[in-house]
Design a protein around this ligand. Structure first.
Ligand SMILES: N[C@@H](CCC(=O)N[C@@H](CS)C(=O)NCC(=O)O)C(=O)O
Length: 200
């Protein structure tokens, strides 16, 4: 299978998961502005949505939407513990995935848009701040979101909050979150994915 990604974008989540699972994979980076692949193809012919991540399966099927691709990859390697197979423990991880996707991913990503300024920007920063205050209480004393080992949700949260290094939104106010991220960053799979994307 092949992961279409852009360095440091939300596709870093699935890249980390691929390393955590040890699943064999290829990578191809995407120029998101011009919608072209590194090998010069029109990316819109691969994923007509025009965004990463997209996962090309060996049978030719293209899977999109990060939250779904993450589950797909984890389910290929249940023994990885990245996503419990069933029961409440699975839904706890999926609850985190939904929170990160709807409350953090798109909100934080908006700060990359230079058109977001003034009162609009203040409102976005205020909303993110509320979410991070809540998150701090949830992860106090924990090294992973569930407190029961690294899951796909940790890969996703790490990826999204890593954007604070590139936009005008500092995590200084949330040392617990910073400590959590530093711990996740130390994982060999995270280091391998960051290195492969040229980010370290
Ligand atoms: N709903 C999609 C959104 C993915 C997304 O926001 N991708 C961004 C990078 S983090 C992107 O490729 N943006 C380029 C574009 O939308 O044209 C998902 O969750 O996978």
């Amino acid at each position: 299978m092949k992961l279409y990604y852009h360095p440091g974008a939300c596709s870093l989540t699935q890249h980390i998961i691929l390393h955590e699972t040890g699943l064999p994979h290829e990578l191809e980076s995407i120029d998101l502005k011009n919608k072209t692949t590194a090998s010069g193809k029109d990316f819109l012919t691969i994923n007509s949505k025009g965004y990463v991540p997209a996962l090309a399966l060996d049978n030719g099927k293209i899977l999109t939407e990060g939250v779904v691709i993450s589950q797909y990859l984890a389910d290929l390697k249940p023994e990885s513990g990245l996503l419990p197979a069933q029961g409440e423990a699975r839904y706890e991880v999926l609850e985190w995935m939904s929170f990160i996707s709807t409350e953090l991913h798109k909100t934080l990503a908006a700060l990359f848009n230079p058109a977001v300024e003034g009162e609009w920007k203040k409102a976005i920063v205020a909303q993110l701040s509320r979410r991070l205050h809540w998150l701090t209480k949830e992860i106090e004393g924990k090294t992973t979101l569930t407190g029961k080992g690294f899951t796909i949700a940790d890969a996703y949260l790490f990826t999204v909050l890593n954007w604070s290094n590139f936009v005008d939104f500092s995590l200084e106010e949330w040392p617990t979150v910073q400590r959590y991220l530093a711990g996740i960053a130390e994982r060999p799979a995270v280091q391998a994915a960051l290195k492969a994307e040229g980010l370290i």
